[in-house]
Design a protein around this ligand. Structure first.
Ligand SMILES: [Cu+2]
Length: 150
């Protein structure tokens, strides 16, 4: 039984390795201390699609310490965040009809995850992009650069 379990584990591990090495797959974590664990994320320009997983590694409810991951041109971050506050809690602090938003995850609380896949069409290598959390007050520290490398 244990041997079977170990073998199954090995198969799972080897199946997971190529996915982990995939440069078009990104993972970022948010916590109860209002922090992302990375201040920069990058993908090569060869990625036509990017898959991003946001994990909330804390315990607090999303109404108290909710996190999302919103991608836009850097110049659009603050206006999107401000509109998000106006959209309110019922809309997870994001006006998803705002076309300046390139991609976004769900707003999540402790122990939850949200995975999205988005197209990089229209984005350019060397462009000035940023990601942030649109929960009120979080953009000040929960933000980073999104870099597309040649
Ligand atoms: Cu947040």
């Amino acid at each position: 039984m244990n041997i079977v379990k170990s073998l199954a584990g090995l198969v799972l591990l080897s199946a997971a390795l190529p996915a982990l090495a995939d440069e078009c797959n990104l993972t970022i974590n948010g916590n109860d201390a209002m922090q992302f664990d990375q201040q920069e994320l990058s993908v090569p320009a060869s990625c036509k699609e990017v898959t991003l997983t946001l994990n909330h590694t804390g315990n607090l409810d999303k109404r108290v310490m909710g996190h999302n991951w919103v991608l836009s041109e850097t110049a659009h971050m603050q206006p999107i965040a401000t509109a998000g506050i106006n959209a309110g809690a019922d809309n997870d602090y994001l006006d998803t009809s705002d076309e300046r938003i390139i991609a976004h995850t769900d707003l999540i609380g402790g122990g939850e995850s949200s995975t999205i896949t988005f197209s990089t069409e229209g984005m350019t290598a060397g462009g000035d992009y940023s990601y942030f959390c649109s929960f009120p007050g979080h953009i000040g520290v929960m933000k980073g650069k999104f870099v597309i490398t040649e």
